[in-house]
Design a protein around this ligand. Structure first.
Ligand code: FES
Ligand SMILES: [Fe+2]
Length: 422
């Protein structure tokens, strides 16, 4: 793993022992070409762990949720013995969807509780573990070989309370892929977290007008904060924004500033922010961010956790389902800090939605090629390398996949200067 304190050090000056220069950004084609989007579905989304929900979404045996992964619906259920199982959400008879994905109603019980999965078309019935147990008028169905007609399996794993699914039944377990996760993050997570507010990871969500990777890129760097997020600039100590990359994730830390913000809401948050139960006092003045390849993003605040994912729709649109979580037992002060911080987060989100839509328009400009990345954009280069490794072997049509610049041929610019629109 390489890491850097993303200061404005002169070009060529290592910012910390082991600091690396960023890899080149992705060429325009990756953000605009339907062929790339199709390859991503097969070779990224169908083979990686995809965030589906949280343990709290599946509180009792029979509880179920539906996640869409690489164009397929995956049904995740809590089984009788309390474990999780995942199946494709399609009946083995004539292919009906089994469970209709619907917006959860937080005023009602969190999920349907029933001890079987019954197809709404002809009534074939499956155990929660996917085995076919009954078909109406089964004697009239020649060749009804029940053992071979269980639901198609998918992988499911709960990692620190978050539920992930994987269509690749041979995938390396997620906990092995994330064995080197920074230790502080484990303090924030767990199955005991509870959602704050109405949003859920498995519900419909806001759609942004950008390729999913433009949205991920934007999360992976703080370089745009001074220009694009005045509120964050008042709250965060930008000079001490650090990034570490390597393996399956990029990790960020940024301390909160001591200086009171000129904005009343932000000032109140600075004053009220206290660590949730389970955190250390040292977690009070720091925000942490984690990006799991390819599309899971988790924000770690002293007062709550936000987990979300970026789901491609068309090549130039993506949805951003996610949910806020906190550990039960927080006092009124922390709950008020949560509300203030979530509001601050929505303002940032709206600013980012504009940025990514603008980038999508820009990268669609014929002839555009990416410029060099800053060391503050080390995460963007890490992500670009991962995407190229997964996509490039499968490209069949000609197109420019090379970046316009590398650090070697980057034009000289002033130390720390911005040489273009943010
Ligand atoms: S399609 Fe499911 S029972 Fe017929
Ligand atoms: Fe942003």
């Amino acid at each position: 793993m390489s890491s850097t304190t993303a200061t404005d050090a002169p070009a060529g000056t290592p910012t910390r022992s082991g600091a690396a220069d960023p890899s080149p950004a992705l060429a325009a084609r990756y953000y605009t070409d339907p062929e790339v989007a199709g390859i991503e579905q097969r070779h990224i989304f169908a083979r990686t762990w995809q965030l589906a929900g949280h343990e709290s979404d599946l509180p009792v045996p029979g509880a179920r949720l539906v996640a869409t992964v690489a164009g397929r619906e995956v049904l995740v259920v809590r089984t009788e013995d309390g474990s999780l199982a995942a199946h494709l959400n399609v009946c083995r008879h004539r292919g009906s969807r089994l469970v209709i994905a619907a917006l959860p109603d937080p005023t009602k019980a969190p999920a349907t509780s029933a001890h079987a999965i019954r197809c709404p078309y002809h009534g074939w019935t499956y155990r929660l573990d996917g085995a076919l147990v009954g078909a109406p008028e089964g004697r009239a169905i020649p060749c009804l070989d029940r053992p071979s007609l269980g639901l198609y399996p998918a992988r499911v794993e709960s990692f620190l309370g978050f539920v992930f699914v994987n269509l690749d039944t041979g995938a390396t377990p997620l906990h092995e892929q994330l064995a080197d996760l920074p230790e502080p993050l484990r303090r924030y997570l767990g199955p005991e977290l509870r959602p704050v507010g109405r949003h859920r990871i498995h519900a419909d969500a806001e759609v942004q007008r950008a390729n999913w990777k433009v949205v991920v890129d934007n999360y992976l760097e703080g370089y745009h904060v001074p220009v694009a997020h005045p509120g964050l600039m008042r709250l965060l100590d930008y000079q001490r924004y650090t990034v570490s990359t390597g393996g399956n994730f990029a990790y960020y830390e940024v301390p909160l500033r001591d200086k009171p913000s000129s904005n009343l809401r932000e000032r109140a948050y600075q004053w009220l922010a206290t660590p949730m139960p389970g955190l250390d006092p040292s977690d009070r003045r720091i925000w942490r961010y984690l990006a799991l390849y390819p599309n899971t993003l988790i924000d770690f605040y002293p007062d709550h956790v936000l987990a979300w994912k970026i789901v491609p729709h068309e090549v130039d649109t993506a949805s951003l389902p996610g949910a806020f979580y906190a550990r039960p037992g927080a006092g009124p002060r922390t709950r008020l800090a949560q509300r203030l911080n979530i509001k601050i987060g929505w303002i940032t989100n709206d600013e980012d939605a504009e940025l990514v839509a603008r980038v999508q328009r820009g990268v669609s400009t014929p002839g555009w090629a990416p410029g060099p990345l800053s060391r503050r954009e080390l995460g963007v280069g890490w992500f670009a390398d991962r995407v190229r490794a997964d996509v490039d072997p499968h490209l069949t049509t000609a197109g420019d996949t090379t970046a316009g610049h590398t650090t070697a041929d980057a034009p000289a610019t002033g130390d720390g200067e911005r040489d273009g629109p943010a």
